[in-house]
Structure formats: structure tokens, C-alpha cells
Design a protein. Structure first.
Length: 299
């Protein structure tokens, strides 16, 4: 991966990591499905009136929009209302990194390098330690919802690889059109119109900040950049970088919600970072040095 692209990918993971604290701020003020629905409403509007529809089948647009909106962020927002902390929500969601690698190897026939295998083992060990945490930041139902969201996130990554998208910005905008109605419908079926009435009566500045931050920097800009990189590089190269997201998620939760990061939680974070660093360090530093010696042996 080119250094500039690597820096862009890391910047996006930072944005997404801190976004979990922003989501937590939103679900503290409104229904999680309505929050997610408003996020994608503003991600699509008004940009959809100024952007030409991408040359992609409606199947990919609709399936991506619904799965990404409901399966990923609807469930992630709900998981935080069920007791999962913002930091740990970010950590558990990154199970998608391993699921994505599995999809890449099994479904797309991508090759997994030895350095990537080692990195994934180290990071998986860190993620496994997450489930040993007993400080109240993880609940069973919250963790289950986050794991389901992780499978959904890996699936939308597969859609990106299969769709052969040329205009990624337009794809993000138009696919966002198909998330709000299912999300609003789920909220209506579960709660009736009570939560919609509460928005009208209790909407505040924190809710507005949460919605707009999720809609524009996180969804439109962040996923435009990430999906563009995903179309250029294999899943096996992109997926490990996503393991940086839980680190930034925990940092954001520490800053804004005073979440404790020590003991097992700290060890888990260190292992996740090390797992990400191993294949990156090898590809950027060791691999170029080893190639000349390989050529000499061949000669």
C-alpha cells in the first residue's frame, strides 16, 4: 500500500473510532434506530440532488444501503442502549476484520501473506481478551448485537469488492437513501410513534451534533475514502487496518466518558496495535530489503 493511502486509511480509522462516542451521545438523547435513520437521511440529502447516480445496479445500491444502515449502524446504536460502552462497541465491531479476511480468502481467492497471518493471530488474541473484561463496559446482549453488526460490516465490504464501483462518492450518497425507511419502520414497530414525538419535544444540540457528525464526516467523507481504497487494495490488506478503530474508540470513550483503560483492557489494546503493525512494518520496511536478496539467489 502506498504511504499516502496508508495515512488516509489511518485517518479514517481515527474518525470512525471517535465516532462511537458521538453515537453514544446521540443514543443518550433519542431512539437508536431513529438516530441511525436521521444519520443516513442527512448523508443522502441534499447531496443526492447534486450528484449523478453511479453506474451501479440498483441491487448493489439497495442491498448495501439496507445492510449498512440497519445491519451495521442500527444494531450498533442499539447495542449501546443495551449497556455496551462506546469504547468496547468499537472493539467488538472489529471482529469484522477477521471475517473480512476470511471472506477475502474463501470467496475472492485472495492470498494471505505470512506476515498478515501472524498479525491477525496477535490481534485476535487481543480481541479474545476483550471478553474477559469485567468492569461493566460489556454486556451479553450488547456484545451479541455488536457481533451481528460485525458480520454485516464484512458483508458490505464484500459488496464493494463485487460491485466494481467507479464513482465511490456517488455510491455512498445514493446507497444512503435506502437506510432511513427501514430504520424508521423498525422504531415504529417496536415503540409506536412515541419516540418520534419525543424527538419533536426534546430535540437538543447534542442530538443535532451527533446526527450531523455521523452523516457527513463519518459516512459521506469517511466511507468515500475507505471504500475507494477498498476497491484498490485486497480485503486481506485493508481489513487489518480496521483493527486500529477500537484503539481510537477506547481513547474517545476515555476522553468523553472517563472509561477505564487498564489491566486486561490495556493489554488487549496493545496486542491489537501490534497485530496491525506487523504486516504494515513488513510490507513497508522488510519486504523491499528482502526482494534484492531473493533475486540474487534466483540468479
Amino acid at each position: 500500500m502506498k504511504p499516502l493511502h496508508l495515512l488516509l486509511a489511518i485517518a479514517v480509522t481515527c474518525l470512525w473510532g471517535f465516532n462511537f462516542s458521538v453515537i453514544k451521545m446521540g443514543v443518550d438523547n433519542m431512539d437508536p434506530f431513529i438516530l441511525a435513520g436521521l444519520r443516513f437521511t442527512f448523508a443522502a440529502l441534499p447531496l443526492v440532488f447534486f450528484v449523478k447516480r453511479p453506474n451501479v445496479s440498483w441491487f448493489y445500491l439497495i442491498s448495501y444501503g439496507i445492510l449498512f444502515g440497519v445491519g451495521v449502524w442500527g444494531l450498533m446504536s442499539l447495542s449501546m442502549t443495551k449497556g455496551l460502552s462506546a469504547g468496547m462497541a468499537g472493539v467488538i465491531l472489529e471482529l469484522s476484520a477477521f471475517i473480512s479476511v476470511l471472506f477475502g480468502v474463501v470467496l475472492l481467492k485472495e492470498r494471505l501473506s505470512n506476515s498478515a497471518k501472524l498479525g491477525l493471530v496477535i490481534s485476535f488474541t487481543g480481541l479474545a481478551l476483550v471478553f474477559q473484561i469485567e468492569d461493566g463496559s460489556v454486556t451479553v446482549i450488547g456484545a451479541i448485537l455488536a457481533i451481528i453488526a460485525a458480520f454485516s460490516l464484512s458483508t458490505v465490504g464484500l459488496i464493494i469488492k463485487k460491485a466494481n464501483i467507479k464513482d465511490m462518492f456517488a455510491f455512498v450518497v445514493y446507497s444512503s437513501l435506502f437506510a432511513p425507511i427501514p430504520l424508521f419502520t423498525i422504531s415504529l414497530l417496536i415503540n409506536g410513534n412515541v419516540e418520534f414525538i419525543n424527538i419533536i419535544n426534546n430535540f437538543n444540540q447534542l442530538a443535532a451534533i451527533s446526527i450531523l457528525f455521523q452523516a457527513y464526516p463519518t459516512t459521506v467523507v469517511g466511507y468515500w475514502i475507505w471504500n475507494k481504497l477498498l476497491s484498490m487494495y485486497p480485503l486481506t490488506a485493508m481489513a487489518p487496518l480496521k483493527l486500529l478503530i477500537p484503539i481510537f474508540a477506547l481513547l474517545g470513550s476515555f476522553i468523553f466518558y472517563n472509561e477505564s483503560i487498564q489491566g486486561i483492557k490495556l493489554l488487549a489494546c496493545c496486542l491489537i496495535i501490534l497485530g496491525v503493525a506487523v504486516p504494515i512494518f513488513y510490507d513497508l520496511c522488510l519486504s523491499p530489503l528482502l526482494k534484492p536478496s531473493k533475486r540474487l539467489r534466483q540468479n
